[in-house]
Design a protein around this ligand. Structure first.
Ligand SMILES: Nc1ncnc2c1ncn2[C@@H]1O[C@H](COP(=O)(O)OP(=O)(O)OP(=O)(O)O)[C@@H](O)[C@H]1O
Ligand SMILES: [Mg+2]
Length: 351
């Protein structure tokens, strides 16, 4: 029997009968049930070997189960950014500061002032970072972990979910358990992928698993950060489990100027006419866009030789214009594909 096609969640695996050659449906040789079981096994990653020797040979090259599981389910990052690197509005910075105050004074608040007597959930702290793409949510999660002197554990959803009953739950438990034992800040980036509203038809996660996640979140004694640009898609039950909602806004002109100054590397040679204020005033771009502008301006400069190989205001202007055009093209395609009320990121942002 040959397996044609790719191993993808949302695509049927084509199965061909070696006797009658029928593809994909049951035949007199293979029942529909057998086909379904076969597809399930293949998706779960079963391997078939001729003999024991062949199986052992392959195992030599594979990491031990626990090691591979851990590295698939999450990634542990040592934070590079600090809170000084990120440019935030006063309101956003206040909310971040609240989180740090509570962590520093946990004992005072929970024990000395008796907060643990009135709070049902664990002594952990959960933050929701909400805002448009490229406004610094992921960067700030790193910076916050840095300020706490802890690593950041970034959850990998694709590997969390497992088709076998109970396995997703085990994976979720493993993530929370390991975050605690590694003393890491747990980070669910693009959290809408998992904490979607229960009952939504297009929802990618089973309700049962969302419930498990919500319960673990409530009991976790450490810090959890969730980031999203689709606040409306999140399960309402998440609201009361979030201790501090943090809103990220598009930067204003003054902030954009500061972002240009912070993101332009010190080693980059600049011509005397470079004026970040002008760029900031002219183009409404997010921090993520500004990073792209700087990189593109460097590409323009790197094409030249000798003394002309420096980043000029003209390079930056051209790069900024290109970035604005790029954003418009993406927006246009996006609207064409999904319609104005579609579930796309830009349209559906209600932060
Ligand atoms: N407020 C900011 N201050 C300084 N740099 C920023 C800021 N926002 C974005 N940047 C720059 O843009 C890059 C991308 O930002 P980041 O990944 O944190 O955005 P995000 O809000 O997580 O976006 P998304 O919603 O697409 O995940 C950062 O690594 C940083 O270089
Ligand atoms: Mg992000």
């Amino acid at each position: 029997m040959s397996i044609v096609g790719e191993e993808e969640e949302d695509r049927e695996l084509l199965v061909k009968c070696p006797t009658c050659g029928r593809v994909s449906e049951g035949c007199e040789h293979i029942s529909g049930e057998d086909l379904a079981a076969l597809r399930r096994l293949i998706r779960a990653g079963v391997s078939v070997y001729e003999n024991e020797e062949a199986a052992e040979e392959e195992e030599l090259f594979e990491p031990s189960e626990d090691e591979s599981k851990g590295s698939e389910l999450y990634q542990i990052l040592q934070p590079r950014f600090t809170l000084d690197d990120v440019v935030l509005t006063e309101r956003t910075r206040e909310a971040i500061e609240d989180a740090l105050v509570e962590l520093r004074h946990k004992w005072l608040m929970f024990e000395a002032w008796g907060l643990s007597d009135v709070i049902r959930k664990g002594k952990g702290l959960s933050l929701l970072f909400a805002g448009p793409p490229g406004t610094g949510k992921t960067m700030t999660a790193e910076a916050l972990a840095h300020a706490m002197g802890k690593p950041l554990m970034v959850v990998n959803y694709a590997h969390l979910e497992n088709m076998w009953v109970g396995e997703t739950e085990k994976n979720i438990e493993r993530v929370f358990h390991n975050a605690w034992s590694e003393d890491a800040v747990l980070f669910f980036d693009e959290a809408d992928a998992v904490f979607h509203r229960r009952g939504q038809t297009a929802a990618p996660w089973a309700n049962r698993d969302v419930n498990v996640l919500l319960t673990r979140l409530e009991d976790f004694p450490g810090m959890v950060i969730l980031a999203t640009n689709l606040t409306k898609a999140l399960d309402r039950a998440l609201d009361r489990r979030i201790d501090i909602p943090v809103e990220f806004e598009m930067p204003d002109a003054a902030m954009r100027g500061e972002i240009y100054r912070k993101l332009m590397p010190r080693l980059a040679p600049l011509s005397g006419d470079v004026d970040f204020r002008e760029l900031a005033r002219k183009h409404r771009l997010s921090g993520g866009h500004i990073l792209n502008v700087i990189r593109q301006a460097m590409r323009y400069a790197a094409r030249r030789d000798g003394i002309r190989r420096i980043v000029t205001m003209e390079d930056l202007r051209a790069a900024a214009k290109r970035e604005v055009d790029k954003a418009q093209v993406l927006n246009r395609n996006h609207l064409e594909e999904e319609g104005e009320g579609g579930p796309g990121r830009r349209v559906a942002y209600h932060g």
